[in-house]
Design a protein. Sequence first.
Length: 270
Amino acid sequence: MTQPTISGANKPLVEMRGISKRYGGVEAVQGVDLDIYAGEIHALVGDNAAGKSTLVKILAGAVLKDEGSIAFEGRPVEIRAPRDAKALGIETVYQDLALADNLDVPANVFLGREATKMWPFAWVLDKRRMDEESRQLLSKLKINIPRIRQQVRFMSGGQRQSIALVRCVCFNARVVILDEPTAALGVEETRKVYGLIRDMREHGLAVLLISHNLSHVFENCDRITVLKTGRLVGSRRVEETSQDEILRMIVSGVAETARPRPDSLRIAAE
């Protein structure tokens, strides 16, 4: 099993420095720094209007930053549009999933990047290749969808979320951004989706996750960054903090002095 990258042990895959975005007189994001590591699930938390969605949209190329810099694998990059992010291997799954309900699984997985072949005098869709590669990806990520030719409109919320995630992996994503991936799912579907997210981490992907559910964050994530009113409050590794501390950071907007939890001290003493 691939172990999550420990901050400081390796260089970040993505480095965002001094990121700011204004909408008229409103500063949605104000000088935020964020590091994203490969093989790690990184949660972005905070109240509404904390700046979470704006920050990830800047990384995804959906919103242009006003100030700051972004580096990918240590080199400066400019992300001016979603195609720039995709070229780097940064894929985003928004809450609405952006699936085509009238299409089947392979058509959604390859949507916008369809496989084609010459037959006999014109380019046509290579449906067999798309079917085979879709089945391979579903198997690789342990996703059970018996009828991949079924329209996705007839599938459960968990299956639909899984298809959206498979679409990211299909095109060699390095970073996957997830905006409230289980907001509309039941308990069992939520469990399955988080299992899939952990599998993505084990395959070396960096996952940046927006969530309001701290229980899910502490059960599944490696690191947490807190934002409040567009400002960075602080970042903590999950094993070095508690839900109470993160809640205080969210409410107060003030980072406490980082300290190990009592159980960590006990283990160290033994």
